[in-house]
Design a protein around this ligand. Sequence first.
Ligand code: B16
Ligand code: MG
Length: 208
Amino acid sequence: AMKGAIFDLDGVIVDTAKYHYLAWRALANRLGFEFTEADNERLKGVSRMRSLQILLEVGGMDADEAEREQMAELKNKEYVDYISRLESSELLPGAKEYLMFLRSRGVRIALGSASKNAAFILERLGITELFDAVVDGTKVAKAKPDPEVFLTASAELGLDPADCVVFEDAAAGVEAAKAAGCRVVGIGSADILGAADQVVGGLDALLP
Ligand code: B16
Ligand code: MG
């Protein structure tokens, strides 16, 4: 039975991908090239610095370490401007209800996100109290598909990974969860998330 549930943030609980996109596109435009929504798909679930690397590849650009740090900081400033205005109405359908349902069943709940802005986003959405543990980009060194984030989340819940179910929208996240030894529910399309144990369109599909 499921004793713990570990949730990815972007794409599972809230659609912050659109704000990541606006901020990355603004950076690309400033650097003099286009960055499309299709390009942005490649950034889902991917760490900030790896995202920048992909963006620079798209633009056929090179930058040294110091320049990349500066670019990432610029992008993040703009992204934080957007998420400062985030409202609880932007929670994905069924997200809050499913978290509350699991809690009522005694399931322990963790966040397992790559984002360094995760705690701030949970605050903005008013759902911080629904989590027993928050493991995010400020706590882990190795990005998904490395299992570190989910191993740490299970440990913080005091549970064996085999007793935890991970909810993920990105292929790299599904891979990371499997590698950690967790069961995985993919949120999105089975075309991309075929490695998951089960795939649903959204958390609303899991409500009783
Ligand atoms: P930040 P997740 C990921 O969130 C996003 O999907 C990805 O696009 C982003 O680059 C990454 O967080 C890092 O975010 O720049 O805020 O640290 O899906 O792992 O919740
Ligand atoms: Mg995600």
